[in-house]
Design a protein around this ligand. Structure first.
Ligand SMILES: NC(=O)c1ccc[n+]([C@@H]2O[C@H](COP(=O)([O-])OP(=O)(O)OC[C@H]3O[C@@H](n4cnc5c(N)ncnc54)[C@H](O)[C@@H]3O)[C@@H](O)[C@H]2O)c1
Ligand SMILES: [Zn+2]
Length: 360
């Protein structure tokens, strides 16, 4: 099957996403075709490299810079490690950095690429479902600060993105599900067709059927690419992709980033936003139920029974999505449509949290 190509046309750069099953085995010619500078450095982690690195090594990319695995390592020391390696190798302004891993590697190495010599070419080769549908597209790169998530970063659009669905075969089921919640998010914000497709093809999705996965990933990437092209710096439209993230980020923070994968917290966040929307008469309860049923059909989520509404509200108020002191919520108005509001009262949030199962 020929690879699928999608253009991302942002004000700062125009680039192409190339999707296909088995792309990694032809990565060297694909990089050449995309005019990626010839001096190439790869950043990955030991796990991803052990599973899939040989396919890059055969493309001449045989000396990866390896970073520690895990969200807790997405911090400045990882970025410095990449800088150190680039400096020691005398990497020039005309070099390229290829990230090969999930969102943690993409964000951290992407930030190193954005800052080394004030920015070198960046190529993402995402290996988790979440990175393939979300973090590899749109140019946000950065790291966490001990006091908060993603506080240090930049916008640095990649030169190209190569998405090979075959690497998903080794992704643990929990990570795979975590990415699927973001796919459901795209369906809820922008595409009833995508929403229905996840529901309808769930067995094939979980079997990681290449054709079904390619269709889901392509549609998700198309939505993200369109939104990012219209609003690169998240001044307006791009904020719809924060659907589920106001309560989702709060839940991650309250549970100290330990209990939930990001996508799982977003799943709860989407349920909270849908309840809020129903309470306000902006969403039909039938649509809320369709979302809740689809989320439930993916399997059980970690418990929230011990997380209180007050903890959640406090954490939301510390979130970056506060604008001018007001909390913003992306509320669904139907499957595939949203509105953004900034006038939600604490009492409404409490009712919605209660309905989703948070402690009073
Ligand atoms: N830049 C953005 O726009 C953006 C958007 C969404 C999320 N993010 C960031 O992405 C990060 C989460 O990314 P993630 O969910 O990919 O997590 P991750 O990068 O931690 O990857 C999850 C786990 O899967 C492993 N893994 C990766 N590929 C694998 C494969 N093919 N087979 C087996 N194991 C594999 C990783 O080593 C890791 O242990 C967060 O830090 C989040 O802030 C960024
Ligand atoms: Zn997210």
């Amino acid at each position: 099957m020929d690879p699928i190509r999608l253009d991302v046309d942002t004000p700062s750069r125009r680039y192409t996403l190339t999707l296909g099953h088995g792309l990694l085995d032809r990565l060297a010619p694909l990089l050449d075709e995309a005019d990626v500078p010839a001096r190439r450095f790869v950043v990955s982690n030991a796990l991803v490299w052990r599973l899939h690195g040989s396919r890059l090594a055969s493309a001449g990319l045989d000396r990866p810079i390896l970073l520690a695995d895990g969200e807790r390592h997405k911090q400045m020391p990882g970025v410095s490690r990449v800088h150190d390696a680039l400096i020691r190798a005398n990497a020039e302004r005309s070099s390229a950095l290829i990230t090969f891993g999930g969102g943690v590697i993409g964000d951290m190495a992407g930030f190193a690429a954005a800052t080394y010599l004030r920015g070198i070419a960046l190529v993402h080769v995402p290996t988790t479902l979440l990175a393939q549908v979300d973090s590899a597209i749109g140019g946000k790169v950065g790291v966490n600060h001990p006091l908060g998530k993603n506080l240090i970063g930049a916008f640095h659009q990649p030169h190209a993105v190569f998405i090979d669905t075959s690497v998903l075969a080794t992704l643990p089921r929990r990570e795979f599900r975590a990415g699927l919640y973001e796919v459901i998010k795209y369906g809820m914000t922008s595409s009833p067709g995508l929403f229905d497709r996840v529901a309808h093809d769930l067995a094939a999705v979980f079997a990681r059927d290449p054709q079904v996965l390619t269709a889901l990933i392509t549609e998700s990437c198309r939505i993200k690419a369109t939104v990012v092209a219209a609003d690169e710096r998240e001044a307006g439209l791009r904020r719809i992709l924060n659907f589920g993230h106001t309560a989702g980020h709060a839940l991650e923070a309250v549970t100290k980033y330990r209990r939930f994968r990001h996508g799982e917290a977003v799943a709860y966040g989407m349920l909270v936003a849908a309840e809020l929307s129903v309470l306000r008469g902006a969403l039909a309860d039938l649509d809320r139920k369709a979302l809740a049923d689809l989320i439930a059909s993916l399997g059980p989520l970690p418990s929230i029974a011990d997380v209180s509404a007050s903890q959640m509200i406090d954490a939301m108020q510390h979130d970056k999505k506060m604008v001018g002191g007001r909390l913003h919520f992306v509320l669904p108005t139907a499957i595939g449509a949203t509105t953004i509001v900034d006038d939600v009262a604490d009492s409404e949030i409490r009712t919605a949290l209660d309905k989703v199962g948070f402690r009073k």
